[in-house]
Design a protein around this ligand. Sequence first.
Ligand SMILES: Nc1ncnc2c1ncn2[C@@H]1O[C@H](COP(=O)(O)OP(=O)(O)O)[C@@H](O)[C@H]1O
Ligand SMILES: [Mg+2]
Length: 301
Amino acid sequence: MPKPFLSIEGLAKRFPSPGNTAEPLTVFENVSLGIEKGEFVCIIGHSGCGKSTIMNVLAGLDEATEGAVIMNGKEVRGPSLDRGVVFQNYSLLPWLSALKNVTFAVKARHKDWPRDKVMAHSYKYLEMVGLSGGAELRKPSQLSGGMRQRVSIARAFAIHPELLLLDEPFGALDALTRGTIQDELLKIWRGTGQTVFMITHDVDEAIYLADRILLMTNGPQARVAESVEVGIPRPRSRDEIVEHPNYYKVRNHLVHFLARRSKELAGSANTTPNGQPETVRFGEGIDEEQSGRPPLYAINQ
Ligand SMILES: Nc1ncnc2c1ncn2[C@@H]1O[C@H](COP(=O)(O)OP(=O)(O)O)[C@@H](O)[C@H]1O
Ligand SMILES: [Mg+2]
């Protein structure tokens, strides 16, 4: 069988114990996943389970202790402009203005573009995230946390990477800006055929955006236990999505996983034969009982 666009194979990350006196700390292990080209995948799990570490390995910025990441048939080794990253802590170049942080990346991506094309393209993305009218000329230290995050988003979106890696990208944004930028992200994703791998702790955001949602157990020795298919057709509207029969089934499943099962499954071994997470699918005629899930976690209690 051909490999998927992104193939994560038996990934593990271990850190030596302080002074090498005890067993190394295994953050996660046996993480095997396939992601198809053009998929929008979110990953959810409690703080510290290793989500950012997995993403840094996908970005080529950190090395796994075991296993490999293959993208487009080639092993990921070191960073590349084919993989755009929005970090949890934005990471802008502090000596450059917001605008130059974006043009710098666009120039690196499109070495043959004339200056005015680079400028127009960069401005388009800065305006999209609501940074214009002079704010784009300020340096990161002169911007609020939310504004810095928006520069980082504009920079990643502007280079149209084949794989967009987003680490809780909207966490620092107010609800209104967050909604606008989520919709822009969906528009870009639909228009470019990009593949998106996004970390979030917001279950509603994940359901609104993703094709499927990966659930990680608590660390240490975390693993990706399940891949939950959202199964809600696109384009999705914020108002109508809650009416879809899958919405609360998926939502309850995610909330129940975070509240209970992420802990119960911590340290347990994977039981699927190919080491991939178990697929969870809801739809007509399938309910939680039939798919072997525990009873619904009641929300709003
Ligand atoms: N350099 C390091 N040395 C030891 N432990 C580390 C190091 N970097 C990260 N960790 C540990 O790895 C775990 C996963 O971290 P992280 O990937 O940031 O989690 P998440 O993004 O899911 O919150 C945490 O328990 C953290 O303490
Ligand atoms: Mg993190």
